[in-house]
Design a protein around this ligand. Sequence first.
Ligand code: FES
Length: 109
Amino acid sequence: MNKLVKVCKLGDVAPGEMKPVDVAGVKDPIAVFNLDGTHYATSNICTHNIAMMTDGYFEGDVVECPLHGGSFSIKTGEPLSFPCEIPLRTYPVIVDGEDVLIETEVEQS
Ligand code: FES
């Protein structure tokens, strides 16, 4: 079942920065990006192997993996460079007042 879940406050991620977020009930670790004031969210796990994208580099609308240097669009999840071939999952982001929310499946507890 899809729900809107809060991942952070607007001020928690400054423009040009990214932040790892673990959300109760959501299996995927989430990466939240602030690109010129607009927030985006993706899975925080590289699709090539096991690496946290937020340990890598974020510039423009591209995040680069720290392990082998593959990269993805934070807007679409599209893989942009070798060795990444599988898209990174992206999540719809909604801003409600000061809260940043994503739409995703939530496990029932
Ligand atoms: S684990 Fe990310 S590029 Fe290899």
